[in-house]
Design a binder for this molecule. Sequence first.
Ligand SMILES: [Fe+2]
Length: 157
Amino acid sequence: MSDINAIGLHESSASQLAEKLNELLANYQIFYMNVRGYHWNVKGPQFFELHTKFEEFYTDLLTKVDEVAERILTLGHQPVHAYSDYTQLSRIAEEKHVHDGEACVRGVLKGYQTLIELQREILSLASDADDEGTAAQAGDYIREQEKTVWMLNAYLG
Ligand SMILES: [Fe+2]
């Protein structure tokens, strides 16, 4: 059995990256559900503004859930797809009983900061493994989400 996978990466690196990407996937899934919770349950004078904004965030998170899972498959591994695994693997905790607009925005901010942190770890691993595909994906997400962090902080004043 060859040590090189279908896209020319060492199997040991691909397997290490896939494991880390599964951790990232778990965080995206839990965060996605948290943001849906904010979208549904937020109350107060900023309801219309926040309800719409949270939909924009969770729609983007869902797109990235699929892209991360398909990157794991591209590396020759299997994406985890059970919520029981996600809760075990995720650094982002599930949130319940959320209503306050500012608390919801802080939850979004914290979630994006955690994703950025994890993606930096993946970027570093991918660079060491000469895995430009995974590194580029992580880099794109980091750049986008750093801008979102700036905007969320601006909103919070
Ligand atoms: Fe909705």
